[in-house]
Design a protein around this ligand. Structure first.
Ligand SMILES: Cc1cc2nc3c(=O)[nH]c(=O)nc-3n(C[C@H](O)[C@H](O)[C@H](O)COP(=O)(O)OP(=O)(O)OC[C@H]3O[C@@H](n4cnc5c(N)ncnc54)[C@H](O)[C@@H]3O)c2cc1C
Length: 390
């Protein structure tokens, strides 16, 4: 067995891991390693626009080799297990890597087992999801091809990356159907699991208004229990529903090896962390952030703008027994209400609006916020956020 060691080991070179590695190196860290088997980095927020014909798959991707910061070691193996008591992890090819500090940010993935029939429904001709990068173009094909019938969009009240963006495919599709003159012939249904559309009254009102404009039937308090792909039927808590187009937002979970290492509490799959310091409560050299961490706040790339600097600082602070910085629970949901307008919900873990720049009105649908989200934000991501400058 090959054995190596690094001062700081980061598992997952996605949004969180790449930005953290860059920030640690900027703070003077000398021996930082990233582990990620995937050769391609996907900017996930653009997938919503791929699913609406407003971006291409190529625009979401960059070779990871071009994004790993200078001075950082990239191991292309996946982590298979972690032994936090011994202070090392093992990769899928059997390499053992010892660490001074370990940061876990392997993201979250759809939990197909949580909803019977869901994976099969995505393989079938009428179902799709923007939450699998390879299926986002199919979402747009289905939307473009539908001239009449029933279109169903699910909005679960469960762990999902950037929960509110489940509304993006709904409103982008409705606007397309209206512009092409077929909206009147399509019954559009949003199955919303929570009691209101978003959970913050000001955002609820704006989403309800958008839904009314397109004649969307919003069925709140409705859970999907199973999908029968063979006859295009959803089994819900309010009865069965036939669909001609289904966009599914699947519940997500963290990788299994996290719970196997005893790093998640109870029945959950996500890494248990102190919601403020992002440190594991028992293993003080283990940290969690991003979609894989249980921070009791909504998972999003926007949340990482606040989480990454906290962990970058806290690793050194904990070693020097200094007070730790705290993540305040900030998160975002940019929601398109049409193909030309977007509202930006910024909120804290208690559901209070928390505008980062003090501009409360960003929560009102505007054209320039959509232009920012679609065109400027990806450039900031590649050139500012991932290199640790923002
Ligand atoms: C369709 C969609 C739309 C979204 N829209 C928005 C939006 O508009 N605004 C917003 O703020 N957020 C949005 N998000 C959420 C945002 O993209 C995520 O919150 C963010 O990418 C999380 O970053 P992360 O680093 O935690 O995980 P990821 O970016 O998913 O990265 C995880 C990395 O870990 C690697 N990995 C996994 N397992 C292992 C292993 N065993 N060993 C080593 N490496 C491993 C993976 O290969 C991956 O590269 C959206 C997400 C999706 C899916």
């Amino acid at each position: 067995m090959q054995e190596i060691s690094h001062d700081v080991v980061i598992v997952g070179a996605g949004n969180a891991g790449t930005a953290l590695a860059a920030q640690l190196l900027r703070l003077g860290a000398r021996d930082v390693a990233l582990l990620d088997p995937s050769r391609t980095h996907v900017y996930q927020p653009l997938l919503s626009y791929v699913g609406a014909g407003m971006a291409t798959t190529a625009q979401t991707r960059r070779p990871r080799s071009a994004l790993v910061p200078d001075g950082c070691t990239w191991h292309t193996q996946a982590v298979a297990s972690v032994d936090p008591d011994a202070g090392h992890l093992t990769t899928t090819d059997g390499t053992r890597i010892a660490y001074g500090d370990l940061v876990l940010c392997p993201g979250a993935r759809p939990d197909w087992d949580a909803l019977p029939g869901s994976r099969a429904a995505m393989d079938e001709a009428h179902g799709s999801t923007n939450y699998l990068p390879e299926l986002a173009p199919k979402t747009w094909e289905l939307i473009r091809g539908l001239r009449s019938g029933t279109a169903v969009f699910t909005v679960p009240d469960r762990p999902v990356p950037c929960g509110g963006v489940a509304y993006k495919p709904l409103f982008l599709a409705c606007d397309h159907w209206r512009r092409t003159g077929v909206l009147d012939r399509i019954e559009v249904v949003a199955l919303v699991e929570s009691p209101t559309m978003f959970g913050i009254p000001q955002i609820d009102r704006r989403l309800e208004r958008a839904a009314q404009r397109y004649g969307v039937q919003v069925r709140t308090g409705t859970s999907v229990r199973a999908i029968r792909a063979e006859d295009q039927t959803l089994e819900t808590t309010a009865g069965e529903l036939h669909y001609d187009l289904l966009h599914l937002t699947p519940e997500h979970r963290a990788p299994e090896w996290i719970a196997a290492a005893g790093l998640s509490d109870g029945a959950g799959s996500f890494i248990t962390v102190d919601e403020r310091t992002l440190q594991h409560p028992r293993h003080r050299r283990v940290w969690g952030l991003g979609d894989a961490a249980d921070t009791h706040s909504s998972k999003s790339g926007g949340a990482l703008r606040k989480q990454v600097p906290v962990v970058a600082y806290n690793i050194a602070a904990a070693r020097m027994e200094q007070p730790l910085h705290e993540y305040d629970g900030y998160s975002v949901a940019p929601i398109t209400t049409s193909r030309s307008h977007l509202l930006l919900a910024e909120f804290d873990r208690d559901g209070g609006l928390q505008p980062m720049f003090g501009l409360r009105d960003l929560a009102r649908p505007r054209p320039w916020t959509l232009a920012f989200d679609r065109y400027l934000q990806p450039q900031l991501y590649w050139h500012g956020i991932l290199p640790g400058r923002l």
